[in-house]
Ligand binder design. Sequence first.
Ligand code: HEC
Length: 172
Amino acid sequence: MFAAAAAACVMVSLPVKAGRAPGDAPARGNDNASPIYVVTVPAGYRQWQLIAPSHEAGNLDELRAMLGNDIAIQAFRDGALPFPDGAMIARLAWKHEPSLVDNKALGHFQAFVPGPATTVQFMVKDSKKYAATGGWGFGNFVDGKPVNREPCYPCHAGNAKEQDFVFTHYAP
Ligand code: HEC
C-alpha cells in the first residue's frame, strides 16, 4: 500500500523544477478558488516545529520536512484526533544532493543534504470551510505561488484515514 502511494505520489508532483512547469494548471485566484484550496502561503510557517523528516526516493529524489503550527504539534503530542480547527501542516521538500564537503571530511561518499527547494505543500484544518474534504484545505506552492496539481484529498482520504487524513507520524 505504501509502495503504491509512493509510486502514485511520484507521478503527482513530478515537475519539481522551480517555476511553473508546462503541464501545470494555472493557479486559481481567490475569487474562483475551489474551497479545498489554500491559496496563500500561511504566514510564519518556516518557524513551525518539526513533526518528522522524510526521504522520497525514485524520480522525485527529495528530502522533506513536515512542520506543524502550535495547534498541530500539540495534537500530535497528545495523540488527539481529529486534529482541531486551526491546525496547519507544511510539507517542505528539496532535491536530495550529495555533500562534497561532508564526504571529503568523512572520507566516504555517504553524506546527503538538501539541494534546491522544490514544492511546499500545506494542509489547513477548518472543519466547516473544508467539510467536503475531511475538514482539510490543501495547497501546493512553487516559489511561493499556488500551483494546482491533481486533487489532493482522494489519496489522503484513501490511504491516511486512520490519522485524520495525515500520513506523517510524529518523530519524538
Ligand atoms: C498519490 C497520493 C497523494 C496525493 C495525490 C497527494 N499527497 Fe500529500 N502526501 C502523500 C504522502 C504519501 C505523504 C507523506 C509524504 C512523506 O512522508 O514524504 C503526503 C504528505 C503530505 C503533507 C504532510 C502531512 C501528511 O499528510 O503527512 C501535506 C501537507 C500534503 N501531503 C499536501 C498535499 C497536497 C497539497 C496535495 C495536492 C497538491 C497532496 N498532498 C496530494 C500522498 C499524496
